[in-house]
Design a protein around this ligand. Structure first.
Ligand code: DAH
Length: 346
């Protein structure tokens, strides 16, 4: 077999030397390295050789294979260079012409703002954690103090998975918010925890300028001894100033979310009209940017944190909304309709 390999090498090389065009080169490749080539057949036949012969023959055959592959690519290069040289000679190729500009890719606007948001929280000592987009009813609702049949479930139009548990209940869904990660994280850790959760969420909703069926949220929460509403305010006001400008004012108003008590919505003063009233802020001077509150004792109990010892705050916000506010984008559908005229502006 070794002899045969030697013969093969000599024959292949002498043929290769005379090849001058890509077509014959491809024919050469098929006949010496292709599936039906002698060498490939030999490599396949190795298994049937007696053990003593197998090792040396195998090594030699593989060596020939890589040698032929190398020779092939060298020849390929040489042919290409010769072609270029011929084209220049004939005047067909003007190497002094400018080249075609290469278009550079970029990050999607959602990811750009998401990274800015995460950077701000990371600088304040938060850790970034991600979680599943397909979620159990338990994490998305139940453990967040939203029991089955509770009217608060209507706040999140839900897309359910085609799945039922052994009791016949539909209990698997596309998460409607990133809040379920509060539970998943706290189940696995002891306080202090300071975590933010960026990610996709889904809603069973008709799309319009301010609604998409899929969008991004950033959830955040902190639990420790002595965490108060003042910590929540300080954290979020500072976040708003870093994202929307140093001179930003912020406002808390009462709001209801089942997993916090008290719950608030936070607004910033409109940076277009500086509070005077314009179309961006519907003439109110204020723009709502997120929901937040002090984590409900019932939620802490679920994860075996003692609410008499620990307290915490939580907040959640839409990512595209931040980008829309910051860059004056008036239709959320632009983000995911893949129109380069839009995407290239970021
Ligand atoms: N999960 C809420 C939503 O999607 C947003 C939210 C509100 C998150 C208040 C929170 C919170 O953590 O405390 O509408």
């Amino acid at each position: 077999m070794i002899n045969k390999l030697e013969e093969l090498r000599a024959k292949a090389l002498s043929e290769l030397d005379s090849i001058k065009d890509p077509k014959s080169l491809e024919a050469w490749r098929i006949s010496y390295l292709g599936r039906k080539s002698e060498l490939t057949q030999m490599l396949r036949g190795l298994a049937s050789l007696p053990v003593e012969e197998r090792r040396a023959a195998g090594a030699a055959a593989n060596q020939l294979k890589s040698f032929l592959e190398q020779s092939l690519s060298q020849r390929e290069e040489a042919i290409k260079e010769a072609e270029i040289a011929r084209a220049i000679e004939k005047g067909k190729l003007d190497v002094t012409l400018p080249g075609y500009p290469t278009t550079l890719g970029r990050l999607h606007p959602t990811i750009q703002i998401l990274r800015q948001m995460c950077d701000i929280f990371v600088a304040m000592g938060f850790e970034v954690v991600e979680g599943p987009e397909v979620e159990w009813d338990y994490y998305n609702f139940e453990a967040l103090n939203i029991p089955q049949d509770h009217p608060a479930r209507d706040m999140w139009a839900t897309m359910w998975m085609d799945y039922r548990n052994e009791k016949g209940e539909r209990n698997m869904l596309l998460r409607t918010h990133t809040s379920p990660m509060q539970i998943r994280v706290m189940e696995n850790r002891q306080p202090p925890v300071r975590v933010i959760v960026p990610g996709k969420v889904y809603r069973y909703e008709a799309t319009d300028a301010t609604h998409e069926a899929m969008f991004y949220q950033v959830e955040g929460f902190a639990v420790d001894k002595n965490i108060t509403m003042a910590d929540l305010k300080g954290t979020l006001f500072e976040f708003a100033r870093r994202l929307f400008g140093k001179e930003r004012k912020a406002r808390f108003r009462c709001d209801y979310f089942p997993f916090v008590e008290p719950g608030v919505d936070m607004a910033i003063d409109c940076f277009v009209c500086k509070g005077a009233g314009c179309s961006l802020c519907s003439n109110s001077g204020w723009i709502e940017i997120l929901g937040a509150g002090m984590i409900h004792p019932e939620v802490l109990r679920r994860v075996n944190y003692d609410p008499d010892i620990y307290t915490g705050f939580a907040f959640g916000m839409g990512v595209e909304r931040m980008s829309m506010l910051k860059y004056g984008i008036d239709d959320i559908r632009l983000f995911y309709s893949n129109d380069l005229r839009f995407l290239k502006q970021f």
